[in-house]
Design a protein around this ligand. Structure first.
Ligand SMILES: [Fe+2]
Ligand SMILES: [Fe+2]
Length: 508
C-alpha cells in the first residue's frame, strides 16, 4: 500500500518487523529534514497527525493486513496477475555453457499442456522463421494457493533449453503452444568462446514498490547498457517470497528485457517465507515460483535444498559464482572452494544476498563473514556484488598478504552493497570502521537512493559505474589487474554529487 501525504510517499511494507522499524525511522528522518531542509516545513500538528498515521500503519501491519492483496481479488485481478494461453513472464537463464546453450522459461494457464520453443538464426530477411527448429519444453504445474497470499489458480511453467548453438551468434526464438499461441520472436546472442570483453548490469533488492518504483530503475538500467550480456539480481527480488502478484509486478516492470538478456539471480531472505500467514514457528520455504522461473545448472553434488540457488556461470573468461546466503552457508564452503580453484578465468565475481560488510545501521553478518571471507581472501576474489542492506556502499579490502607492492592503490577484493527498489535504510553510523581490522575500507556510500550498476569487463580491467535512476553517474572505479595478478583501483571522486543521505535528499 502506498499512502500519499503532502506529496510525500510512504510505503507500507508487508513485513511487520520492517514496518515497525521504518515507521519510526521515517518519521525520525522527517523531523531531521525539518531542521535541515527549509523546503520541508512540518507544523507540530502535521507531525503529530503523521505520527498518529504511522502508529495506525504499524497497527494495520500487526493485524496482518495484506494490503497488497487488495488488487488480487478474483473479480478484478491486475492485468499481469492471471495467466492466459499466451506466454508471459518470459525469462532467459543459463543451465549450460553460455557459448553453446540458452534456457528459456515462460508461464501460461493450464490450457497449454505442452510448451514448445522455436529457434533460428536471426537473419535480416523475415523468412528466417521458416528455418526454425522446435524444442519441446518441460512443463510443470504450480498451485499458487499452497502459499497463503495467493488466489486458487494453478499455472503452468514451461522450460526449454536450446543446445548445440554456435558461439557469438545472434539467434531468434519464440515460445508457445506449438500451434497458434506464440510469443513474438526475441533475439539473443550466444557468448564468445573464450575470453572477450563484455558488460553486464547488477542490481540490489527490488523488493518494494516493484511495479510503482522499480520499473523506472530497471528500464533506465537497460537504456544505459542495452548490450548487457546478463543482469545480476542480488536477492530480495520480491518482498513476500510466494506472493504471485509481486512476481507479476517484477515481470511487468522489466517487460521484455529478460526475454533478450539472461538473468543471474540469487535468493534473498525475502525469497524464503512460510506458506502460512503466521510465520512464527513455521518453516521457511524458497519461493514456490523460484525453481519454475529460473533454470540454472544443477550439479550431481548439489544438495536438493540448494538447487538453482547456488551455481557457476563462466562467461567469456569471467567466472560468476552465485551463492545462497540463506541456506547451507557451511555446506557451500567446500563447494565454493572447489569453484575458486581449477579454473582459468581472468576474473572471479561473486554474488549473494547478505553482505560480508554490512552498510545498514544495526546490522552485522558475522557468521557468514567468518564462513566465507577467508576463502574470498585466500583466492583473491575480484568483485563481490550483494544486497540486503537497502543502502549503497562500495569499498574494498587491502592487498592480499604476501602480494603487497609499493603501489598505494593496490587492493584485494572490491565489495558492493546496493539497492534498486523503494525501501531505504540508514547507513551504519560508523560506516565500515568496525571492519577495519578485517582490512575493509569503504569509499562511497548512499542512503535514500535507488541505484543500478553497469560493469564492463575486459582482459585487464573492470570498469564499474553506479547510476541514479535518472542515468546520472553516482560512483565509479576502474579495477586493473596486471599479469602477476596484482590489482589496483582508480576512482576519481565524483565531486559534482556529494554523498547522498537522508539529510540532503527528499523525505522518505
Ligand atoms: Fe534481504
Ligand atoms: Fe531486502
Amino acid at each position: 500500500m502506498i499512502l500519499y501525504l503532502d506529496n510525500t510517499e510512504y510505503i507500507l511494507f508487508r513485513s511487520q518487523t520492517a514496518l515497525k522499524g521504518y515507521a519510526s525511522q521515517n518519521f525520525l528522518q522527517m523531523s531531521q529534514n525539518k531542521r535541515v531542509n527549509p523546503k520541508v516545513h512540518l507544523s507540530a500538528s502535521t507531525l503529530l497527525s503523521r505520527l498518529w498515521i504511522s502508529a495506525a500503519l504499524v497497527a494495520a501491519a500487526s493485524a496482518g493486513s495484506a494490503l497488497a492483496q487488495d488488487s488480487t481479488s478474483e473479480e478484478t485481478p491486475r492485468r499481469w496477475a492471471k495467466p492466459t494461453p499466451d506466454p508471459d513472464r518470459i525469462m532467459l537463464t543459463w543451465s549450460g555453457d553460455p557459448a553453446t546453450s540458452q534456457s528459456v522459461t515462460w508461464r501460461t494457464d493450464t490450457s497449454i499442456a505442452n510448451g514448445f520453443a522455436e529457434i533460428a538464426l536471426a537473419a535480416a530477411a523475415p523468412g528466417f522463421s521458416k528455418t526454425a527448429e522446435s524444442v519441446q519444453a518441460k512443463t510443470q504445474s504450480l498451485c499458487l494457493d499452497q502459499a497463503y497470499s495467493n488466489p486458487d489458480w494453478t499455472v503452468h511453467f514451461h522450460t526449454a533449453t536450446f543446445e548445440n548453438l554456435s558461439p557469438d551468434t545472434l539467434y531468434a526464438y519464440r515460445v508457445g503452444d506449438g500451434k497458434e499461441r506464440w510469443s513474438e520472436w526475441f533475439q539473443f546472442r550466444t557468448a564468445k568462446n573464450g575470453p572477450a570483453p563484455f558488460s553486464f548490469i547488477y542490481v540490489g533488492d527490488a523488493q518494494n514498490g516493484i511495479h510503482s518504483h522499480w520499473s523506472r530503475l530497471i528500464r533506465s538500467a537497460y537504456t544505459k547498457q542495452p548490450d548487457a550480456s546478463f543482469i545480476i539480481h542480488a536477492g530480495d527480488l520480491v518482498n513476500n517470497a510466494h506472493t504471485d502478484l509481486e512476481w507479476g509486478e517484477w515481470f511487468e516492470a522489466l517487460g521484455w528485457i529478460h526475454g533478450m538478456i539472461p538473468a543471474i539471480a540469487v535468493p534473498g531472505n525475502h525469497e524464503y517465507r512460510a506458506y502460512t500467514q503466521e510465520r512464527k514457528g513455521q518453516p521457511s520455504h524458497l519461493s514456490i515460483q523460484w525453481r519454475p522461473q529460473f533454470e540454472y545448472e544443477v550439479e550431481e553434488s548439489t544438495p536438493a535444498d540448494l538447487e538453482e540457488t547456488c551455481y557457476v556461470i563462466d562467461y567469456q573468461g569471467t567466472r560468476i559464482i552465485a551463492l545462497n546466503t540463506l541456506d547451507g552457508v557451511q555446506e557451500q564452503k567446500a563447494w565454493l572452494e572447489s569453484k575458486l580453484t581449477g579454473h582459468d578465468a581472468q576474473w572471479v565475481i561473486l554474488t549473494f544476498h547478505f553482505p560480508i560488510f554490512n552498510s545498514a545501521n544495526n546490522r552485522d553478518n558475522t557468521p557468514r563473514r567468518e564462513a566465507w571471507k577467508p576463502l574470498l581472501d585466500k583466492y583473491d576474489v575480484d568483485l563481490v556484488l550483494q544486497g540486503h542492506d537497502h543502502t549503497y556502499a562500495r569499498g574494498h579490502t587491502s592487498a592480499l598478504t604476501g602480494r603487497e607492492t609499493d603501489n598505494p592503490n593496490q587492493v584485494g577484493s572490491v565489495y558492493v552493497n546496493s539497492v534498486s527498489g523503494a525501501k531505504m535504510y540508514q547507513v551504519k553510523t560508523d560506516r565500515w570502521n568496525a571492519y577495519a581490522e578485517a582490512g575493509a575500507k569503504v569509499v562511497r556510500m548512499a542512503e535514500n537512493t535507488q541505484l543500478f550498476q553497469t560493469i564492463k569487463v575486459s582482459q585487464r580491467t573492470i570498469e564499474y559505474s553506479a547510476y541514479l535512476p535518472s542515468g546520472e553517474l553516482y560512483d565509479a572505479f576502474v579495477l586493473e589487474k596486471d599479469a602477476d595478478g596484482v590489482k589496483t583501483l582508480s576512482d576519481d571522486p565524483i565531486t559534482a554529487t556529494p554523498e547522498r543521505s537522508f539529510e540532503n535528499t527528499l523525505p522518505y
